[in-house]
Design a protein around this ligand. Structure first.
Ligand SMILES: Nc1ncnc2c1ncn2[C@@H]1O[C@H](COP(=O)(O)OP(=O)(O)OP(=O)(O)O)[C@@H](O)[C@H]1O
Ligand SMILES: [Mg+2]
Length: 453
């Protein structure tokens, strides 16, 4: 028994459907043949099941990513080449780490990341809050030769100035009040891996000097120590400030700026890559549905219109939050009422609403974008509708007898019940009351349908 468990403990690095199915089968037979399971075995099996699920998710994300890319509006030449570019990245086994979108500027950043990843060159990523800087840093790490080594993230803006140096470089016992022990810093922890210096613009000048030294000599000194320690750490830094401007103002060392930005990636704000919004809506809608264990929420045209034209000061993070929020609050269909109050558009007819309308009438917002429903959304809606119509027709034909319908369409009965529930269909309502009692052969299934909510 434990032998079988141990065999499936180590997932293979390359995920394929065949490999996954094999592992699922091993898991299944482990369960089938075991007469008794200890709690530790159960935990182990659960862990394996979880990792299998995650890998299936990853595969299906990958697949949808290609699908979305290749199904992009064929009349647009640009989209075709975008699809091809993204597909090419995939074919070269590029790891996206969940990065989604098909804007030309984003793809360009990903292509830069792909080329920069295997090198040890420092990378500077800038962009507004929520544009995906940290995600991009992870992409660079995951695609490089250090992928299986540590990725250490330090938020330079969140640590008090007087502690930052010790945090990054470590300190010696007694170096300052409170330094009761020798301590190693993040650079040492990130040795052989990658260090991600977030909000690098907040690094005080003294720390900047030390950082420069790491970049030049690949060595550090703990605070309060003369001893130099060699570190082999790849540096990826991020900022939402304009470092060039900061360096002109004397707040950031110019030489450090140039050292850090050998490869410079700027992530555009979401409002400058609106063409990506429909894809991101579908992506985060699916993701939220998975997390919340519900079917993907549908959006009213009014909400979709809003989401396509909103300015997103919080960028992708804000769009993601909104999709999670509406997926959590709405039933089948989400509307503008489900938006957070502070961004919710005013009710039609109000002064604010007509101001909005005239703003868009003057052409400030690209109105045509509002008409772009993503193809995958349209397909999903159509397929849902077809499913519902099929079930309704079936129920009518079998006079509301679920067991009979399940037999006729060769479907597992509980699966059918689930589908009926999903569409809010009540089999009772399809029963012909004029029918004589004797003809109703499924009286026993009354109970299981009453749970419909
Ligand atoms: N292209 C993308 N595809 C999918 N998800 C994305 C994308 N870009 C960002 N995200 C998601 O948006 C959220 C914000 O991204 P991230 O934390 O990388 O942004 P950031 O630029 O570091 O933000 P901040 O400046 O506020 O720290 C994360 O949940 C991230 O996974
Ligand atoms: Mg960040």
């Amino acid at each position: 028994m434990m032998k079988i468990l141990d065999q499936i403990e180590e997932p293979s690095p390359a995920i394929s459907y065949a490999g996954l199915i094999e592992r699922i089968e091993i898991l299944r037979s482990t369960l089938r043949w075991s007469s008794r399971l200890e709690r530790t075995d159960i935990d182990k099996l659960l862990r394996q099941a979880t990792s299998l699920r995650d890998e299936v998710m990853q595969l299906s994300h990958k697949e949808r990513f290609v699908q979305a890319a290749t199904s992009a509006e064929p009349h647009e030449h640009v989209d075709q080449s975008r699809g091809a570019r993204r597909k090419a990245l995939l074919e070269r086994s590029f790891i996206f780490e969940g990065t989604f979108g098909d804007n030309a500027r984003l793809l360009e950043s990903l292509e830069i990341a792909e080329k920069a990843a295997p090198t040890d060159l420092p990378v500077l990523i800038d962009g507004e809050s929520g544009t995906g800087k940290e995600l991009m840093a992870k992409v660079i790490h995951a695609n490089g030769s250090r992928a299986d080594k540590p990725f250490i993230s330090v938020n330079c803006g969140a640590i008090p100035d007087n502690l930052l140096e010790s945090e990054l470089f470590g300190h010696r016992k007694g170096a300052f009040t409170g330094a009761s022990n020798d301590r190693k810093g993040k650079f040492e922890s990130a040795h052989t891996g990658t260090i991600f210096l977030d909000e690098i613009g907040e690094l005080p000048l003294a720390g900047q000097v030390k950082l420069l030294r790491v970049l030049e000599a690949h060595e550090i000194q703990r605070v309060g120590s003369d001893e130099t320690i060699a570190v082999d750490t790849r540096i990826v830094a991020a900022t939402n400030r304009n470092l060039r401007q900061l360096s002109e103002e004397g707040k950031f060392r110019e030489d450090l700026f140039y050292r850090l930005s050998v490869i410079h990636v700027t992530l555009p704000p979401l409002r400058e890559r609106r063409d990506e919004i429909p894809l991101l809506i579908a992506w985060f809608g699916d993701e939220a549905a998975g997390t919340l264990k519900r079917r993907p929420v549908r959006l009213t045209p009014r909400l979709r219109d809003f989401l396509l034209n909103y300015a997103y000061p919080g960028n992708i993070r804000e769009l993601r939050n909104v999709m999670y929020r509406v997926s959590c609050l709405a039933g089948d269909m989400a509307d503008v009422d489900h938006l957070p109050v502070d961004i919710r558009p005013a009710a039609p007819g109000s002064a604010a609403a007509s101001a909005n309308a005239s703003a868009s009438a003057t052409g400030q917002e690209p109105i045509s974008v509002a008409n772009l429903m993503s193809l995958s959304d349209a397909k999903r809606a159509a397929s849902d509708d077809a499913e519902k119509a099929f079930l309704e027709r079936g129920l009518r034909e079998v006079n509301g007898t679920v067991a009979e319908l399940a037999r006729r369409i060769d479907m597992n009965r509980s699966h059918l019940q689930m589908l009926l529930k999903k569409h809010g269909l009540h089999s009772k309502e399809f029963r012909n009351r004029a029918m004589p009692q004797a003809n109703r052969n499924g009286a026993d299934e009354h109970d299981e349908e009453e749970g419909d909510g």
